[in-house]
Design a protein around this ligand. Structure first.
Ligand code: BTN
Length: 190
């Protein structure tokens, strides 16, 4: 393996981390019913799994979350610090860390190739990037905010329209990028 092949996916991971941080410049929009805002950063998390696969996608998201944990203001609204991880949105952040692992595994490591059909890819991205994250997020929110799990979960309906749009756009963008850039050499298959 050449130095170029080692560096390429690392540079791509760094670019995706930067993209997630940039998406955080858009302040979160409060929904009122629960203390969890509508954000754009979850689109970047999906892109990490889509474009980088499980290993480098997890690296990109892991670095982003580590920066947030040490206190850098990289989360929407300029937030950061370890306390965020035990706050109302902690479950969503934990879910984000698992998204590239799950997405990468389902998209690139099955005998079938879901990426050959856009509707399969969309279904997988919706399931992992939206429904899985909402499940984990609502689970922790229920504990943290002393809510019934069903109440916490149903509140996530407020995110659905936006999340469906963001996830669909991420799939569209990833499919275009994959056509232009050959990610197999050191990205999506890793
Ligand atoms: C944070 O910045 O502390 C994490 C915010 C988590 C927001 C969740 S992610 C899934 C759902 N969709 C959104 O737009 N907001 C919530």
């Amino acid at each position: 393996m050449t130095a170029r092949n080692v560096l390429k996916p690392l540079v791509r991971a760094a670019m995706v981390t930067a993209l997630i941080i940039i998406l955080g410049l858009f302040p979160g929009i409060p929904v009122g019913i629960i203390p969890v805002p509508i954000v754009l950063q979850n689109m970047g998390i999906i892109l990490a799994g889509e474009l980088l696969g499980r290993r480098y996608g997890t690296l990109a998201v892991g670095v982003f979350l580590a920066l947030a944990a040490v206190g850098l203001p990289v989360l929407s609204g300029g937030r950061g610090g370890a306390a965020v991880f035990v706050g109302p949105t902690g479950g969503y952040l934990f879910g984000w860390l698992l998204v590239p692992l799950l997405l990468g595994s389902l998209l690139y490591h099955l005998p079938v190739q879901p990426t050959r059909h856009w509707w399969w890819e969309l279904l997988i991205v919706w399931s992992v990037g939206i429904f899985f994250v909402d499940l984990v997020g609502a689970g922790w929110l229920a504990i943290q905010a002393h809510l019934a799990f069903s109440t916490a979960l149903i509140s996530n309906v407020a995110f659905l329209p936006g999340d469906l749009l963001k996830a669909t756009f991420a799939v569209f963008l990833s499919r275009r990028i994959r056509k232009i850039v050959h990610l197999e050499a050191g990205g999506a298959n890793q």
